[in-house]
Design a protein around this ligand. Sequence first.
Ligand SMILES: [Zn+2]
Length: 136
Amino acid sequence: MEFIPIKTFDNYIPANLLLSKMLDQDIHCYLKDEFMVTIDPILANAIGGIKLCVADTDFVRAKELLIGFEEEQKITCPKCGSKTVEYIVQPKNPANWLFAIASWFLTSYALKGKEVYHCFNCKYEFDSIEEPQENI
Ligand SMILES: [Zn+2]
């Protein structure tokens, strides 16, 4: 049995979350270089991060599960139900150019934008992810 890397991580938390999801589905897998990266994170780039390796016999099924898990994690737009939502920094419009220049000179965080979820389908923007409403 040969093991093939299916996904890499730079942090052990998401790596272990995915590992346990895969083990729940009876996929033969393990994390390679988990301790190396955890002990010395600077090495992560040099050795290619933490690698989730799956058995070659389970690879096709693991790939399908991985796509399913990634689809589940995507945020759904509360307005149109689209999954084309991303967390972006919304540029703040200065009241006028004088205020913009003054704040640029006086603060190091000049006009930091507001962070919002932006739907690329219907252009709706929202601050937080609302829990889906359950019909009782
Ligand atoms: Zn939308």
